[in-house]
Design a protein around this ligand. Sequence first.
Ligand SMILES: Nc1nc2c(ncn2[C@@H]2O[C@H](COP(=O)(O)OP(=O)(O)O)[C@@H](O)[C@H]2O)c(=O)[nH]1
Ligand SMILES: [Mg+2]
Length: 287
Amino acid sequence: MTRLLGLGGVSAGPLGEDEKRSLTHIALPFFSYMTLLYIVNDMKWNPKVVVVLPAYHAEKTLEQTVKDIPPGSVDEIILVDDASQDRTVEIARSLNLIVERHPLNRGYGGNQKTCYKLALARGADIIVMLHPDYQYDPKLIPYFVAFIRDGYFDVMLGTRIRTRKEALDGGMPKYKYFANRILTFFENIVTGQNLSEWHTGMRAYRRNVLERIDFEKNSDDFVFDSQVLFQIIEHGFTIGEIPVPVRYFPEASSINFVRSLRYGLGTVWTALRYLARRIFGIRGRKG
Ligand SMILES: Nc1nc2c(ncn2[C@@H]2O[C@H](COP(=O)(O)OP(=O)(O)O)[C@@H](O)[C@H]2O)c(=O)[nH]1
Ligand SMILES: [Mg+2]
């Protein structure tokens, strides 16, 4: 062995006392430390990441959405089709997604219930919910996952609203923007949170969140999303936010004014029930 470790220079032959000491004092601790680092790194949590796509008439946008999910960033992709009358299921199968189909239309909340049940049954550790309408940027999925995997938050929300100009220039209809701001202000006051928006469609959950909250009790309609957030807060889970660029185009936004209004009123009702539980300790259906 070349005696590089020796203090007295490089020479061949048996090790001297100084060199033996260097070996035991420097080389051994160094290699033990490196081995330990390697083992700890290897033991780091390697969660099973499952993306769920609650789909309804998504034939035009599904492929693009799936293609933008960074390769290697997720383990499985599940699509639940809510009895669409277009080629959503056919395209999903051609993309090798795990596909489940509702024989009858159940609604957006009902669709998510199936999504989460399937993801949990398949052993998902982190579940990312993404609309297959190519509205939210799927390339950001690894950031959602990292915050949960590294223990910062239990739930991550993608926020579309940083400035009014950006949201409106991006194509968010004015009435949706203002309704979102007013509802979000109200929901923050009621819960003591400081979320920039409560109505995003891109979210990620740690497994135990979905196991603990009773999402099955929630509505089958859009208000499911609001009910889930109140349940999450009631259970004391932490929520983080990530800015997500969004696109608005006809296929990415199908909810009309009347459905939005119903969603808004349902959200206010959910918030009031939460408030009543907090103030009066009223027991009842959570959400
Ligand atoms: N399951 C189900 N999903 C629906 C229905 N209507 C819309 N969606 C889905 O709900 C999500 C949000 O709707 P969208 O129109 O994009 O809302 P917006 O982007 O907030 O204007 C989309 O992924 C739609 O595919 C429905 O009747 N049933
Ligand atoms: Mg949309």
